[in-house]
Design a protein around this ligand. Structure first.
Ligand SMILES: Cc1cc2nc3c(=O)[nH]c(=O)nc-3n(C[C@H](O)[C@H](O)[C@H](O)COP(=O)(O)OP(=O)(O)OC[C@H]3O[C@@H](n4cnc5c(N)ncnc54)[C@H](O)[C@@H]3O)c2cc1C
Length: 420
């Protein structure tokens, strides 16, 4: 029997699960509501590693996505004069290697756009008719969720109400679905701060910037990266553990106030200061957040389920958020396809199968962060020596054959009717 489903959020995992669900049963009715008036395609590089390439290959999308990947060849750690302290090459997608660069890195916007486009294309091929298709609604959100024996009664921001068999919260780290379904207290408590504040934005490329990412540790617990790869602009990532009350409060304020709060913290950094401050002030894709992990005891309540960052954000520092959300989309769609109309049974099995993956990707704590962000020049000197030694050890081991690794813990779901 087809299900009537609402997906909240058209980021990475929203369109992905819509495609998987429709393929398993084209008679499903799948609505995706996105708060933003257009596809939110900003963000910097995201990694496609661990199980992500394998899932994209199964979906028939890997070659297309690979063609959009940026060509970043590794990371050099530099001092305040720009002199190289250490070099790390790119890590193959199935490999655990120290460093920033993965074999497959893609701009978040390109990934979101590619998945959205693929879902539109698939819908044109598979849709049965009105009410049995994938349907996007932009510029709206949900304002309440009421569960009853009949399903989930959803009220939208335009006042419209609709009854669904299942609501999937794919609305990111600050998920409103989580808050509405589990309550403010549980939702707030699920956010475990790593004590790090991050700003991401683009700046004009300068001469001499090649395909290596550059990383720098600055006094006062600051970490800065520039990433140009083969693109016409450079991505800047600024991280700090120097928390000011203004910075902490700024996320609830305007983007202008967020920019100002970051400028205040970074204005005395000792590398590329003018360029990065100018970017903080003027870039048109500035995005900032407090890094943290979402740790929930349960991923579903009744007929509402959390998917991706909303349920188990591992934090961008792990580079595993996109991987985990694709694993989640695959397992949730697989269980729903397998268990038919037993939605609650499917949600239970989804949770059970996800915990090992979630646990593995969330092995990061604020204590790790304290270590990674030295505050004094002496601490930075010690860290540089450690990083240098690690780079030499890493260099002793040859790169393994590049591969799109298969993980046998990932269930096979013939019910999804995937191309592979
Ligand atoms: C603008 C932006 C920039 C990012 N940049 C980076 C980056 O540079 N590096 C990195 O590692 N990760 C970044 N991330 C996070 C990264 O995309 C996720 O960690 C990962 O891909 C998991 O994706 P997701 O689909 O769970 O969540 P997201 O990709 O965060 O997508 C969530 C979607 O839900 C929408 N949404 C939010 N609230 C509502 C609501 N109430 N109603 C309807 N829709 C809603 C959002 O607009 C967004 O489209 C960024 C996320 C966003 C939203």
């Amino acid at each position: 029997m087809p299900l009537n489903m609402l997906i909240v959020g058209a980021g990475v995992c929203g369109p992905a699960i819509a495609m998987l669900l429709q393929r398993s049963n084209p008679r499903h009715n799948i609505t995706i509501v996105e708060r933003s008036s257009t596809l939110r395609s900003t963000g910097q590089q995201i990694d496609l590693k661990n199980q992500a390439p394998h899932i994209l290959r199964k979906m028939g999308l890997l070659d297309e996505i690979k063609a959009l990947c940026v060509n970043e060849t590794g990371l050099e750690v530099v001092d305040s004069a720009g002199k190289q302290i250490a070099y790390f090459g790119a890590a193959a997608s199935g490999e655990r290697r120290i460093g920033l660069t993965s074999e497959h890195e893609i701009m978040r916007g390109d990934m979101v756009q590619a998945l959205y486009d693929a879902s539109i294309k698939q819908n044109a091929e598979l849709k049965v008719g009105p009410g049995q298709e994938i349907n996007y609604i932009f510029g709206k959100t949900i304002t309440s969720l009421d569960q009853s024996a009949q399903g989930v009664d959803v009220t939208f921001s335009d006042g419209r109400e609709h009854l669904y068999d299942l609501v999937i919260g794919a609305d990111g780290q600050y998920s409103r679905t989580r808050r509405l379904a589990f309550g403010q207290e549980i939702s707030d408590a699920s956010f475990k701060s790593l004590g790090v504040h991050a700003a991401y934005f683009s700046i004009p490329r300068i001469d001499g910037e090649g395909t290596l990412a550059r990383g720098h540790l600055a006094p006062g617990r600051k970490m800065i990266y520039t990433r140009t790869s083969d693109r016409p602009v450079t991505g800047a990532l600024l991280f700090t553990m120097q928390e000011t009350p203004r910075l902490k409060a700024s996320y609830k304020e305007s983007v202008e106030n967020q920019r100002k709060a970051f400028v205040e913290v970074f204005k005395d950094m000792d590398w590329q200061t003018d360029r990065l401050i100018s970017g903080l002030k003027n870039s048109d894709d500035f995005y900032a957040n407090e890094l943290g992990q979402i740790k929930m005891d349960r991923l579903s309540t009744g007929r509402v389920v959390l998917l991706g960052d909303s349920g188990y954000c591992p934090s961008p520092f792990t580079g595993l958020g996109t991987n985990l959300c694709l694993v989640g989309a695959y397992v949730l769609a697989g269980e729903l396809a397998r268990q038919g109309n037993d939605v609650k049974g499917a949600l239970k099995t989804y949770e059970e199968k996800m915990w090992p993956f979630i646990y593995e990707c969330q092995q990061f704590s604020s204590r790790t962060m304290e270590f990674l962000f030295p505050s004094s020049r002496l601490g930075i000197w010690a860290m540089h020596n450690l990083i240098w030694a690690m780079s030499k050890v890493a260099g002793l081991f040859p790169q393994p054959q590049k591969r799109d690794n298969h993980d046998e813990r990932l269930p096979e779901y013939p019910e999804l009717k995937l191309p592979i």
